[in-house]
Structure formats: C-alpha cells, structure tokens
Write a protein that binds this ligand. Structure first.
Ligand SMILES: *[C@@H]1O[C@H](CO)[C@@H](O)[C@H](O)[C@H]1NC(C)=O
Ligand SMILES: *[C@@H]1O[C@H](CO)[C@@H](O)[C@H](O)[C@H]1NC(C)=O
Ligand SMILES: *[C@@H]1O[C@H](CO)[C@@H](O)[C@H](O)[C@H]1NC(C)=O
Ligand SMILES: *[C@@H]1O[C@H](CO)[C@@H](O)[C@H](O)[C@H]1NC(C)=O
Ligand SMILES: *[C@@H]1O[C@H](CO)[C@@H](O)[C@H](O)[C@H]1NC(C)=O
Length: 258
C-alpha cells in the first residue's frame, strides 16, 4: 500500500515537472517566460517568430533570494550522425533579482500576476539571448528549456565555472556545469516549449544554408536578426539570419558577446 502510494507520488511528481521529461536538474515550479503576450509552457509548440525577442521572466510566488541566473538550452540540435542529437546553450544571464511587487502579464492563455526577475544591476549576460531557429534537419522539433538558478550565494569560483562552461555553446550539460559550480540543488523554477521547423528535412550531409528559416509572421522582430544553428563536424556555425521587420527584409550577420 505504502509503496503503491509512493509510486503514485513519484509518478505524479514526474508528470508535474516543468522541465522536459528526463532533463536534469528538473524543477517542479513554473518559470514564466513571456514573449510579448505569449507565455509558452509545458512543452507547447510555439511559432519561432514569437520567440525572437528576449523574453521576460517571472515567478508566481516571490522568490526570497537576492540573485538569480537563467539558462536556456536547446536539447535537440541535429548532428551529422542522426538520430543522435546534441545540446546548445542559448542564454546565460546572471544578476537577476525578483521585483518587490507583482506585475500583471497579459498573455494569450490569460493574465498572470507574477514577480518579474529584473536585471536591476544591468549585469551583462554571459551568453546574450538568441532565439530558437531549428534548421530543416532531423529532428525538426526542438525542446527549449529555461531554468532559473538561485545564485545568491554563488562563489567567485562558481561564477568562473559558469563563464568558462558557457564559452562552448554546443554540448552544454547543465547538470554537470551546475554540479561543478555547486548550484545543482539551487534550481528554483523551470519551463520548456517546442519550436518546430516546417521541413522537409534535408539530408544530414547538407549543411550549407540548411538552417535558414524565413519568418512568415507579422514581423515583431524588433531585436533584429536571427541565427540558425548548423552543426558541422567542426562545431556550431552561426549563419546570418533573415528577419522581416516592418516589411523590410533585414539581413544581418550576427555576432555574439561573451
Ligand atoms: C526562501 O524560500 C525557500 C523556498 O521556499 C525556503 O526554503 C527558505 O527557507 C527561504 N529562505 C528565507 C531566508 O526565507
Ligand atoms: C492587462 O490587462 C489589464 C486588464 O485587462 C489592463 O488593465 C492592463 O493595462 C493590461 N496590461 C498590459 C501591460 O497590457
Ligand atoms: C541586463 O543588462 C545588460 C546590460 O545593460 C543587457 O545587455 C542585458 O540584455 C540585460 N538582461 C536582461 C535579462 O534584461
Ligand atoms: C514538438 O511538437 C511537434 C508537433 O506537435 C511534435 O510532433 C514533436 O514530437 C514535439 N517535439 C518534441 C521534441 O517534443
Ligand atoms: C545563502 O546563504 C544564506 C546565509 O547563510 C542562507 O540563509 C540561504 O539559504 C542561502 N541561500 C541559498 C540559495 O543557498
């Protein structure tokens, strides 16, 4: 009886995780990731265009730490050896602090009163946000997970570990990096969504240009250019992206700051 209850509890816990099944470190608490009125969660499919600008982050309950970090990771990047996949770090920002008063976030799935995580000290990102852009390769669907880590007591060494791990975007292993930085038990909230390339997928050997996706939406892409992540044997190449901004096609070469 007791073991049945335990099994049920464990199963329920697994279902309630806000991070993707199998992803560690997992979280049972919602991280709200809001893109101008969209707050995709629980793995829902979201249009790539929605996810171009840097999102706002919030939690329903106010967090009591002084400093938080967000990590966003693509768990499904293609490799030259399908169906094997790899991971790609899309965002690492430290120095976020919970707002003292809640904000009403109006989203397509209803209004949420939540406490924003604010970059009140204007801390430069370790990896600046760059949005999803799954290439037309297997797998066409990618899961993007975001986790919020309490870094209130981070050590200088811990910060250094985050920085050096983030220097390599591809193959980023959150469990390993956070364990090394002594932060693996400090994940306080999580989320994930799914962005899918309409396809069809090109053959695994075709890399050049395979990742370019032209946005078809109304062009809310104020933050400009998008990148696509093309994995070659040599590593990840960031291709110039194309974004529709107010009817003008802007082609930009993308640089990223570390
Ligand atoms: C902060 O919140 C966490 C999680 O709810 C709790 O375990 C901890 O005791 C709180 N710490 C303080 C200083 O209130
Ligand atoms: C959200 O909706 C409420 C009521 O519907 C409105 O008062 C508020 O101004 C809206 N906030 C934003 C940021 O649009
Ligand atoms: C925090 O501030 C830095 C420097 O102004 C900026 O580059 C970064 O985008 C900000 N991050 C967030 C999450 O607002
Ligand atoms: C993402 O959503 C698509 C469309 O519903 C689905 O076919 C696919 O399995 C999902 N991918 C992942 C990795 O969850
Ligand atoms: C940080 O240290 C303070 C003081 O020792 C402690 O109360 C708090 O729980 C710690 N927070 C985390 C996230 O480790």
């Amino acid at each position: 009886m007791i073991s049945k209850c335990l099994a049920f509890l464990m199963a329920t816990t697994a279902v309630l995780a806000r991070t993707p099944e199998g992803f560690e470190p997992a979280s049972l608490t919602d991280l709200i990731v809001e893109y101008r009125g969209f707050a995709p969660r629980n793995g829902v499919v979201v249009a790539r265009d929605v996810t171009i600008p840097q999102p706002r982050l919030a939690t329903v309950a106010r967090l009591n730490g002084t400093s938080y970090a967000v990590l966003m990771i693509d768990l499904d990047i293609p490799t030259d050896n399908p169906p094997a996949t790899n991971t790609l770090l899309h965002w690492m920002q430290t120095g976020l602090a919970p707002a003292t008063v809640p904000t009403q976030l109006n989203t397509t799935t209803g209004a949420i009163r939540a406490f924003l995580l604010e970059n009140s000290t204007n801390t430069a990102p370790i990896v600046a946000y760059f949005g999803p852009n799954p290439p037309a390769r297997i797998p066409l669907s990618h899961r993007y997970t975001q986790i919020l880590v309490d870094t209130s007591n981070i050590t200088t060494e811990g910060t250094e570990i985050l920085r050096s791990a983030a220097a390599t975007l591809r193959g980023f292993n959150a469990q390993e990096v956070l364990t090394e930085a002594e932060l693996v038990d400090k994940v306080v909230a999580g989320n994930f969504y799914n962005v899918t390339n309409p396809g069809p997928a090109t053959s695994p050997s075709a890399t050049a240009g395979a990742g370019t996706v032209t946005p078809t939406g109304s062009g809310t892409a104020a933050s400009g250019s998008a990148t696509s992540d093309v994995v070659t044997a040599a590593g990840v190449e960031r291709k110039p992206g194309t974004a529709l901004v107010g009817g003008i096609v802007a082609v930009g070469a993308v640089m990223f700051a570390l």
